[in-house]
Each structure stands twice: as C-alpha cells, then as structure tokens.
Ligand binder design. Sequence first.
Ligand code: MLT
Length: 324
Amino acid sequence: MIDILISENISGAAVDALTSRFKVSRQPDLWENQEALLEAAQSARTLIVRNKTLVTGDLMCAAKHMIAVGRAGAGLDNIDVKSANQAGVVVAFTPDQNSISAAELTMGLMLGLMRKIPQAAQDTSAGGWHRHQFVGTELYGKTLGIIGAGKIGYLTAMRARAFGMNILAYDPFLSSDNVLLCELRAELVELEDLLARADVVSCHVPASPHTKGLINRERLKLMKPTACLINTARGPVVVEEDLVEALKSKTIAGAALDVRISEPPKSGELNQMPNVILTPHIAAFTHEAQSRVTRAVCDDIARLLEGKPAKYAATKFNLPQNGR
Ligand code: MLT
C-alpha cells in the first residue's frame, strides 16, 4: 500500500517533504493511461492530481483504500466530486492560491490586445520598425466587463480599476450590495447589458453545464465591434467556432484565449489571426502560484493521512466518510 500516488507532473519542495514522511509514488505520466491509473489507485490511500488526470466515479469505486484526492489547482472539471461525496472520499483543492497569477495574466492579455504588443514585438524582432502599424487603445476610461465576480474576477477588476477602467460585473450569485462590488464601484448588470457596454469582456466562471457555451454567436453579436474578449477561465465557456466567425466578420475586434475547448488544441483558424493572442493555459503558471498550490495540496493530503480535516475541501465533508 502506498500513502500518496501522484499521477501528473507535480514537484517542488512541498512534494519532496512529503516523501520523507510518507510512502509516495510519483508517476507523472500515469494520467495518460486510465487503465493503469485505476490499477495503481487500488493500492493508494490518496491521489494528487493537476488537471489532466480523470478522477471518475469508476476510479472512486475501484480505489477501495482511498481516503482523499488532492487537486493541485482551483478547477474541479476533471474530478467527479459527486462520486467522491458518495464514496466518502475527501476532495481537497486549492481554490485561492493561484488567483493573483490568473488576474495578472488577464491584465497582461488585456494590455497585449489593446496595445498590440505581441504583433509589434514579433514584427520588431523580425527587423521591422513600423510604429504606425501598431497604434493601440488605452485602458484608461474604458469599460471592463467581468463575467463571474469571484476571487479572480474581483482581483482582475481591482487591477483594472488602477488603470482607470470602469467595471461592469455579471454574476448571478451576487447582489448589487455585495461589499466587494461596492468597493470596486462595479455595476452589477445582466449579461446582455455587460456585453453591449464593455470594451473588454473577461470570463472568470468555472466550467459547469450552466457556463458551457455561455459566449456564443448570439452573445458575441451583442458586443461592440471595437471590443475584445478574454478567456482565462475554461475553454468550453466560449464556443470557439462562433468566436472565429465573430472575428472574421469583425463583429468584435480581438480575442485572447488562455484556455481551449480541448487542450492541447488542434491548430486552426484562430492560430492565423493577427488580432488573437493564444497562450497554453498558463494563468496559474507562475513560480509563486505553483509553490502556493503545491504547498496547500500537500499540506491537506498530509493532514488527511494523519487523521486531521482538510483545510480546503470541495466535498461536503473534510474528513473521509468511508471508515478507511
Ligand atoms: C486551475 O484550475 O487551478 C487552473 O486553471 C490551473 C490548472 O488547471 O491546473
């Protein structure tokens, strides 16, 4: 029996520290082979994953000794939390540890889009000096529309405020007297209103049946022709083929995507568009965020193995409910 199975590339001082206290099996490629994963999980007490390992209901059933799954990250789209609840397996995750990094990347993409930084850099590196080709737009005085005003949406809006932007927020879970929205002087509006008024629309919602395809052809048509769309949340929130259409027909001016419907994505029309910035799901990939995320998940897994409750549980309970 091993104490901790790690099925993805997760490393650092916190993982090294676990190996001195527990029996750890590090298998960074295990996520690629679901059958091998299921087999390995049968003799593991806990499992640590990032976003590639599919933690299915079958896995929860097969892993008879498992007390907890640790997700090094915030999103839970690769984990069947409902099955974990049924199996009494704690799912520990790291909801806030990479929010600053995600907000900072969003600002970077926003500046990149509005000031054409990637295009200008590429052209200049290739020997060009075409200042007049790269006339951009200031953020100052423009309106940012935040779709989802949770931690990352809030931190992004805070930073945008420092640039002199006005903030619109759409979040069905908040009311207009929400203290954080008041602090931001953000106006809570309906999605359609936000899309029609914002100069930059930025998505910060989790993956769920309610957010799948949220930004589709009809909603893109509501945006200003000068507006840009940023998605650092989850790929399925934006219907990619509708976005391609909106960019080609100049319904909107530009887009930046850090997340895609399938990751890694196949090369397609978006790769050829000059007004599009594509990055490989790096919002959480800073040294600081990764170290916080790894430390938090390792701490919680160690706590659970020692019979203590998890600090950040996504399940209804923070101690295993299966008597293991
Ligand atoms: C998260 O959900 O924490 C980020 O998107 C990064 C990741 O998926 O690992």
